[in-house]
Design a binder for this molecule. Structure first.
Ligand SMILES: Cc1ncc(COP(=O)(O)O)c(C=O)c1O
Length: 426
């Protein structure tokens, strides 16, 4: 649903059947239309109105957007309406609007976007599609989500590729040095997260993709946390593939994602998944032997068959919602909340170890930390008992905690977490 006058009036006609909460959210929807203006990251009235648009319970403090982003009413309504339309009128869902809309949102062309169900699916398409042979090396970080680790480990087991790993450094420059020093004559791929799930450090992906290009390597980016957290221009970034989703920072329907595959790279990434939409229209099953034409001249070669009309209408609505507020405004607000969180964690005078760099370009909305002398699992349980939702991070033995903040959060909620840390320290 777009926040135009017609929609607002149309919505107003159904006020009689709305709850008080929904009426407040409709009013808030009207308030947040900013018509391209810059919104201050500390304009509490504006951001409070944004919060009214989320059915997300106020009984809990939700600081776990890194796992998934709760959707606002306009997204939920759009999904419900499209699903009802399909089920009432028998309309076979069309998703044609979604790839071009995502493309515009992330700085790509419409024929470079494949629809997926999640980040994992996009990473698998890219990982299995690139040509690699025994002994070829792939560079990962030591901070991978299982979604960007298991596919490569599978290729290690089945095809004998070799995985090399580096740990992201406190500065972008040092991170680049670490990658550079891992490159050998056998390296073929750099497959790294834009923002690792562990402590939310923003990696210098543009420079990393340039390095890959200079050395003749493929750059496959796990962009789980990129889309929606910051404005993206994938052409400018220069990656070969970028796998992301709508269900985290885009605040869209759960189980929706996309894979960007650079136009000139589509003949390198082999498509293994054939069906309706993946071919160029010249495949003929009626002849003997069957005539095989070519693959679709777009990233549609990577996905086929029936798609979820309701969900993709929800993705379109999520993009509209973000554009209504403004990608830059959202980025500034959540970066500022992330900085505030860092500042509060650093106030504990060394009793809390902040794992995310403080360098401006290397931080955003997610922070990792440990509390010295306090078991991370126990503190995670304490948070749950106090209705604060964060994430425990056992991955790679990091044994730390992760706090992530989006536009529905405010400083008071961060302070609530700090109160629990203070108590735990004693
Ligand atoms: C960095 C990273 N990569 C991949 C994934 C997997 O995402 P999905 O569940 O959408 O497949 C996640 C999920 O949290 C993640 O944080």
């Amino acid at each position: 649903m777009k926040f135009d006058r017609r929609n607002f009036i149309k919505s107003a006609t159904v006020l009689a059947v709305l709850t008080l909460k929904e009426m407040q959210s409709l009013a808030a929807a009207h308030q947040i239309k900013n018509e391209g203006k810059t919104i201050d990251d500390d304009d509490d009235t504006y951001w409070h109105n944004v919060r009214q648009l989320f059915p997300l319970t106020k009984d809990w403090t939700y600081l776990n957007n890194g796992t998934f982003g709760p959707s606002p009413y306009p997204v939920i309504d759009a999904m419900r309406t499209a699903q009802m339309d399909a089920d009432i009128n028998g309309n076979y869902g069309s998703y044609d609007e979604t790839p071009p809309k995502i493309a515009k949102f992330v700085g790509a062309d419409r024929d470079e976007i494949a629809l997926t169900h999640n980040v994992t699916e996009g990473i698998n398409i890219a990982c299995w599609g690139v040509p690699l042979k025994r002994g070829d090396e792939v560079i990962l970080t030591t901070h991978e989500h299982v979604g960007n680790c298991a596919p490569w480990m599978n290729r290690q087991k089945l095809h004998g590729i070799v995985i090399r790993k580096f740990t992201p450094a406190p500065t972008a420059a040092e991170t680049l040095n670490r990658i550079n020093s891992l490159i050998s004559p056998y390296t073929r791929v750099i497959a790294i997260p834009h923002i690792p799930c562990t402590q939310g450090q923003v990696l210098p992906v543009k420079e990393i993709c340039q390095l890959a290009k200079d050395k003749g390597l493929f750059s496959l980016i796990d962009g789980a946390h990129g889309a929606g957290m910051m404005p993206l221009d994938l052409h400018d970034m220069g990656c070969d593939t970028y796998a992301s989703c709508s269900h985290k920072w885009m605040l869209g329907p759960k189980g929706t994602g996309f894979l960007y595959v650079r136009k000139g790279f589509q003949d390198t990434v082999q498509s293994y998944y054939g069906g309706g939409g993946t071919d160029d229209g010249k495949w003929n099953l009626m002849t003997t032997p069957v005539t095989i034409g070519g693959y679709a001249h777009s990233a549609h070669r990577y996905f086929g068959g029936t798609q979820a009309n309701g969900l993709y209408t929800g993705v379109n609505a999520a993009i509209d919602f973000i554009e209504t507020i403004g990608q830059k405004n959202i980025h500034n607000r959540i970066k500022s909340l992330g900085k505030y969180t860092q500042g509060r964690l650093l106030e504990f005078d060394g009793r809390v170890e902040l794992l995310t760099p403080t360098e401006s370009r290397s931080r955003c909305a997610v922070n990792g930390f440990r509390i010295k002398g306090v078991d991370y699992q126990k503190f995670f349980e304490t948070c749950g008992k106090n209705k604060v939702r964060i994430r425990a991070v056992p991955e790679m033995g990091l044994n730390c905690l992760r706090v992530s903040t989006h536009i529905y959060n405010n400083r008071d909620e961060v302070d609530k977490l700090m109160g629990l840390i203070r108590k735990a320290i004693g």
